[in-house]
Ligand binder design. Structure first.
Ligand code: 8YV
Length: 313
């Protein structure tokens, strides 16, 4: 093995144990702690196993002069500065495919939860409202309603397929029309939002999609509309979203991702029309294990001089 592996960020316990056992990896909790490692330790690092949303850019790479690979624990690699990696000859890998089903499942669960008011209904039963003779208000039917998917990549398509199975009408926006089983393409995201009841964000993260769900998209979705985001907080103009939710100009939202995770904007806490999730799209035992396996396979291939299984750069 050439050089050592450093795991950076938060890991599930089994995955961190496997990084230690299989690759002899050391661990730091975040990229901000790199500077605290002594120079000999940093100079030995050739592979980084990366996890999290904190920025890993030129400044961090330059603390690791022999760095050859950053293997990301996730499909979205927007936290990693690809240009800085390219400029330094550092390979970047991710974990595509293995988490698609889980993220799509969560998106559907969040959409259904909002449509049928499941969280409030649970409270209604627990608080004795039901036993006390109160009437639970009628909720929204999913079958026949219109779902808009923003970004029809692997995950967007898996979400659309699931929602189609619920009898929803599927609309989507992506850079160009795609081969679909009759789903309606919209060239303009505002027009997509205007034409649907639920808008699910499944875009990639990064600068090219920052604020893509703009104030205009949110206004177009409107007072009866519900926004679901399982992609990245950066894709949404969060201030516009909060303003619209607080004033009822947007009906509701179900969010697994935020701009400043995990320390999210406290304005969200006060909103009863929002479902808040702790960025758990890929967080099942089986999927995290598969992601971690793929991450370790990429690092092992790098150390052995073999082709990387899932390269990005
Ligand atoms: C995280 C994700 O990577 O795959 C992605 O892009 O956002 C998640 O799977 C995971 O939470 C580990 O940080």
């Amino acid at each position: 093995m050439t050089g050592t592996t450093l795991a950076i960020g938060a890991y599930d316990a089994d995955d961190l144990a496997a990084l230690r056992d299989e690759l002899g990896a050391a661990h730091v909790a975040g990229p901000d702690l790199l500077g605290g490692l002594d120079q000999a330790t940093r100079a030995a690092v050739t592979a980084v196993a990366y996890s999290g949303q904190a920025r890993f850019g030129a400044a961090q790479m330059d603390l690791l002069p022999r760095l050859g690979i950053v293997a990301n624990y996730g499909v979205g690699y927007d936290a990693i500065d690809l240009a800085a990696a390219r400029a330094r000859g550092v390979a970047v890998t991710n974990t595509p495919g293995v988490l698609t089903d889980d993220v799509a499942d969560l998106a559907v669960a969040m959409l259904l939860t909002q449509a049928r008011g499941l969280v409030a209904a649970d409270r209604f039963v627990r608080s004795g409202g039901w036993a006390g003779g109160g009437a639970w208000p009628l909720q929204r039917k999913i079958g026949g309603a219109r779902a808009g998917i923003l970004g029809l990549g692997r995950i967007g398509r898996a979400i659309a397929t699931r929602l189609a199975a619920f009898g929803m009408e599927i609309h989507y926006h992506s850079r160009a029309p795609k081969q679909t089983p009759g789903w309606a393409f919209h060239a303009d995201p505002v027009e997509l939002a205007r034409g649907v009841d639920f808008l699910v964000v499944a875009l990639v993260g990064g600068p090219e999609t920052a604020g893509y769900v703009s104030a205009a998209v949110i206004e177009a979705l409107g007072p009866a509309g519900v926004l679901v985001n399982i992609a990245r907080g950066s894709c949404v103009d969060e201030t516009a979203l909060l303003d619209a939710l607080e004033t009822g100009r947007l009906g509701g939202a179900a969010l697994d991702v935020f701009r400043n995770e995990p320390d999210i904007d406290p304005r969200f806490h006060a909103l009863s029309n929002v479902l808040l999730q702790p960025h758990q799209g890929s967080a099942t035992h089986a999927t995290r294990a598969a992601m971690a396996r793929l991450q370790r396979d990429n690092i092992a291939a790098f150390h052995a001089g073999r082709p990387l299984p899932t390269p990005v750069v």
